[in-house]
Design a protein around this ligand. Structure first.
Ligand code: FO1
Length: 316
């Protein structure tokens, strides 16, 4: 008997930890993960989808535990050879990971959709839950800094998030069609909860919400929308979230993130110390440890999220 479908929105590393926790707390058929594709880019002639791959490797248990992205037990012969040839080596592509990009690029050129490629890769990796892109259409996150507009991976990796972020844009989002299965899942019956994983709200979750139809489908789903704060004590667990919030003139705190999501949220899960600062918000706040270092942490936080959603539904 299914308790209903859980739909999780996620970007890369931080979100993937909770997605893995959810995959261990739920039957495979009861979890659908929507991946951000705004980070995607063409590099060395390859179509690269970092957040899809980070989620895929995490769900398959083949992720690199040190970095959170790319594969474990990696070798770097390709990168060494590319550098020797004067090619770009700032975006590290391991030899095992390279196969994913080469085969995805080949299939996309052959006319497959990103969803079809992702579903087949997940099947071959033995992943049970559904992992789908937010859209099969091209969406590209761009960062406006003092020197002009920068492509996302150039900002995030090549320039290591140093540029000051003045504005973000999601090129193509307005014309992008929501991935059909994703939209059907959000609009269909049988939903239990919608989870916003602790990814960067601005560069990982916002692009998903910018795809026409998705934010409304979430807002009108009639089920609890539970977000986990990506900020602990004013600092992002990983990545540029806090720095970006300051640069965007927002309060870099758990409360600042909750305010950013606004009335989309029903429940917000944050560290006990941060939960106190959230008291003023008209939002159900659940205090819990949100730092996920072990697999047990990932599962525990997933259960906190699911329990909070179920409690919310009973109270409604
Ligand atoms: N992030 C880095 O900071 N440095 C890298 O060299 C790098 C390579 C890379 C390769 C494949 C992949 O799927 C992700 C990779 N990432 C790298 C992470 C990626 O830039 C970010 O995870 C997302 O785009 C933001 O969440």
């Amino acid at each position: 008997m299914s308790d209903g479908l859980v739909v999780a929105l996620s970007g890369g590393v931080g979100g993937a930890k909770l997605a893995l926790g959810l995959s261990r707390a739920l039957p495979a058929r009861d979890l659908l993960v929507i991946a951000n594709t705004g980070d995607d880019f063409e590099h060395l002639g390859l179509s690269i989808s970092p957040d899809i791959d980070t989620l895929m490797y995490a769900l398959a248990g083949v992720d690199n535990p040190a970095t959170g992205w790319g594969r474990r037990d990696e070798t770097w012969s390709f990168m060494d050879s590319i550098a020797a040839l004067g090619g770009a080596d700032w975006f590290r592509l391991g030899d095992r990971d390279l196969a994913t990009h080469v085969e995805r690029t080949r299939r996309l050129r052959a006319g497959e959709t990103l969803s079809q490629v992702t579903a087949d890769f997940c099947r071959r990796l033995g992943i049970g839950p559904r992992l789908l892109p937010m859209s099969d259409d091209r969406v590209r996150t761009r960062v406006q800094s003092d020197g002009g507009w920068i492509d996302f991976q150039d900002y995030f990796v090549r320039q290591q998030c140093r540029p000051v972020v003045r504005k973000l844009a999601f090129d193509g989002a307005a014309a992008a069609r929501p991935q059909p299965e994703v939209l059907a899942a959000l609009r269909g019956g049988g939903l239990r909860a919608i989870v916003i994983c602790p990814s960067n709200p601005f560069i990982s979750i916002e692009p998903i919400l910018a795809v026409p139809g998705l934010r409304d489908a979430i807002a009108q789903s009639g089920v609890p929308v539970v977000a986990v704060s990506p900020i602990i004590g004013g600092r992002a667990v990983k990545g540029p979230t806090a720095k970006m919030m300051q640069e965007l003139g927002l309060e870099a705190s758990a409360a600042g993130v909750a305010r950013h999501y606004g009335d989309l949220l029903s429940v917000y899960v944050a560290e006990p110390d941060d939960a106190a600062s959230l008291a003023g918000l008209r939002l159900k706040v659940v205090a819990a440890p949100t730092l996920m270092t072990s697999l047990a942490d990932r599962e525990a936080l997933a259960r906190v999220v699911l329990d909070a959603a179920d409690a919310r539904r009973r109270a409604a």
